[in-house]
Design a protein around this ligand. Structure first.
Ligand code: PMT
Length: 302
């Protein structure tokens, strides 16, 4: 199935119109400013119409949520399109640990523990500043179909040279069309279910050629075999003709990425043990590098 038939066959999710209107208003209020769409986390593929079970993937959204923070720091306006319940910018620092950082003073007052103040303050300050200046919009999705609709809608609103599309979400390549799904929960008494997965059409060509041809577009390539990572990244650049592929391997993705550009230049970003001990995150280095490339792109597209 091609991408056009995919959208014809799968109507927009119920909350699509208000969500995309919010994105449109946000984009319009930041005309001619550098703006980035960060996609983050994995998509779910339901296997029942009344969904109890679904197929998911490993992505927890570290790449996207950390990058969104560094893009704000680099002066970008950020649209964060993320898998519901995956990591979010700023909040990610406190997942599971927020309650331990607070103490009850009396029955009317809760405060941050003294020992936690220096950690919490700068993060909270950056979060509040970004929110008050209306510099970040967070848009959740859960299923593959929600993601596909929101990606298309957002890209079409961001077709300018000021836009950077940073497609870090781990998008499922397989799905079950709703009309081929069981309506109700599979029953184990009926034996193992036979599930036929269909291929999800690649939409990157539509992103680069139709929806946002004027934007600076970065796709990510995830592999588990080092020997094919660069080759596959180069193939993607040739096929989709966008500006940059960021390649990473499943088990080393937090300390090593490769940036592959159209001119076949491969840049390695590597964190040392010392960097990691010092709390340096690879997304900080990725975003600085990407910002420099987008600045050059902007200068050459006057
Ligand atoms: O979230 P973390 O745990 O921190 O992990 C980060 C990450 C490993 C998920 C991230 O760094 C990453 O590599 N993301 C992309 C993984 C992926 O889905 O690759 P892919 O080969 O399936 O897709 C490659 C590109 O094609 C993607 O940029 C995607 O935008 C695009 N695509 C994907 C599916 C689809 N139907 N159409 C597409 O155009």
């Amino acid at each position: 199935m091609d991408w056009e038939s995919f959208y014809d066959a799968h109507p927009s999710p119920s909350n699509y119109e208000p969500t995309i209107t919010a994105v449109e208003n946000f984009v319009c209020s930041h005309e001619n400013k550098k703006i980035v769409l960060v996609t983050s986390g994995g998509t779910t593929v339901p296997i029942e119409q009344n969904t109890v079970r679904f197929v998911d993937n490993f992505s927890v959204g570290t790449r996207g949520s950390a990058s969104a923070e560094y893009f704000l720091e680099a002066g970008y306006i950020v649209i964060f399109l993320y898998r519901s319940n995956s990591l979010e910018p700023f909040v990610r620092h406190f997942n599971n640990s927020l309650l331990d950082k607070l103490e009850i003073v009396d029955d009317k007052l809760i405060q941050v523990k003294n020992s936690e103040f220096d950690i919490l303050y700068p993060i909270l300050k950056k979060y509040k500043d970004a929110k008050e200046a209306n510099r970040i919009l967070t848009v959740p999705f859960t299923t593959l179909i929600e993601y596909m609709w929101l990606l298309r809608g957002a890209c079409m609103l961001m077709d300018t040279k000021y836009s950077l599309l940073y497609l870090a979400a781990a998008v499922s390549d397989f799905y079950i069309p709703p009309n081929e799904m069981s309506e109700h929960k599979f029953q184990s008494k009926d034996g193992p279910p036979m599930i036929a997965l269909r291929l999800v059409p690649k939409v990157l060509k539509a992103v680069t050629h139709i929806w946002a041809p004027n934007a600076y577009i970065i796709s990510f390539k995830l592999e588990t075999d080092n020997r094919i990572l660069i080759q596959k990244s180069k193939e993607a650049l040739k096929k989709y003709k966008h500006q940059l592929v960021i390649g990473n391997l499943l088990h080393t993705r937090k300390r090593n990425v490769k940036l592959i550009s159209q001119d076949d230049v491969v840049e390695d970003i590597v964190l040392t043990d010392q960097d990691i001990e010092n709390g340096i995150e690879i997304e900080d280095l990725i975003v600085s590098n990407v910002k420099a490339k987008h600045d050059i792109f902007l200068k050459s597209h006057k």
